[in-house]
Design a protein around this ligand. Structure first.
Ligand code: NAG
Ligand code: NAG
Ligand code: NAG
Ligand code: NAG
Length: 252
């Protein structure tokens, strides 16, 4: 390959973005993190496709409502939510999803407004392993290099035998302009998004919809990235959606 062609391939590869839900159940999970007990993040849930296998993450924001990413929803499929478990496939308690409310402005081509609220079939009882998380109302400023926690389940190897424990990684906010340069200056990174991590610490497939937090306040929802662990991941910005979330919960 000529150097110019190689450079073009390299540049183009940065534009090849993937959502972070699972395409198959054996993708890698949180990159560069460590396992944690559910008591350290009792607001984290596993969203199960067809009620059977882990598909996306989510967070408890109210006794009967869970927040996740809009791109995690697949039409004509049934979802269940597992709460209170550190192991992805056992323990805790399963609930049916009674209602899915995708943000009306969600764009499945650009991933803009990538947020969705799920109403559970009954109210949760809160305790050490099941609890809600507060949402950022602009109190937490997402300045460059502010450290955040990303939490989710996922396999630690692409194939084969895996640990299925909940994992967490601490990642820095990456300045939006820098992130725009990395993803291409085509408005891919909108005001509804922010970037964080990369360089060996990142979220990956299967972490979509899961919470990004700072000191027990949720500031983001895992949305998409290009590859895993090399360049920053992209997250939906909670502060932009705060009003819509409150209103939707009140009306549902
Ligand atoms: C999920 O359910 C749908 C419809 O009931 C079915 O077509 C599909 O094959 C199921 N997917 C899996 C992975 O079980
Ligand atoms: C809610 O869904 C769960 C899981 O399918 C089920 O066990 C439970 O009985 C349901 N609760 C109600 C009130 O229907
Ligand atoms: C994306 O959204 C458009 C319009 O809302 C819809 O027609 C299309 O089927 C969607 N594509 C996917 C892959 O969900
Ligand atoms: C990340 O989570 C750990 C506990 O799992 C906590 O000690 C730490 O303060 C958290 N960091 C941030 C930035 O929230």
């Amino acid at each position: 390959m000529k150097p110019a062609a190689a450079l073009l391939v390299f540049l183009f590869s940065a534009y090849f973005v993937n959502s972070r839900r699972l395409y198959k159940p054996d993708h890698v999970g949180i990159i560069g993190g460590h396992s944690i007990a559910i008591e350290n993040a009792p607001y984290v849930v596993s969203l199960r496709l067809n009620g059977s296998y882990h598909w996306c993450g989510g967070s408890i924001i109210h006794e009967q409502f869970v927040l996740t990413a809009a791109h995690c929803m697949v039409p004509h499929r049934e979802f269940k939510v597992r709460v209170g478990a550190d192991k992805v496939d056992e323990g805790g308690k399963l609930y049916d999803v009674e209602k899915k409310i995708i943000h009306p402005k969600y764009n499945n081509l650009t991933s803009d407004y990538d947020i969705c609220i799920l109403k559970l079939n009954e109210s949760l009882s809160f305790g050490p392993k099941v609890n809600k998380i507060a949402l950022n109302d602009r109190k937490v400023k997402l300045r460059s290099r502010v450290m955040l926690n990303a939490t989710g389940w996922g396999y630690t190897q692409p194939e084969g035998k895996v640990s299925q424990y909940l994992r967490q990684v601490t990642i820095p906010v990456v300045e939006t302009f820098l992130c725009q340069l990395i993803y291409g200056l085509n408005n891919r990174i909108t005001h509804r998004m922010f970037c964080a991590g990369g360089n060996g610490k990142d979220t990956c497939s299967g972490d979509s919809g899961g919470p990004i937090t700072k000191d027990n306040i949720q500031v983001g929802v895992t949305s998409f990235g290009s590859g895993c662990g090399k360049i920053p991941g992209v997250y939906a910005k909670i502060s932009v959606f705060n009003k819509w979330i409150k209103k939707t919960i009140e009306e549902s």
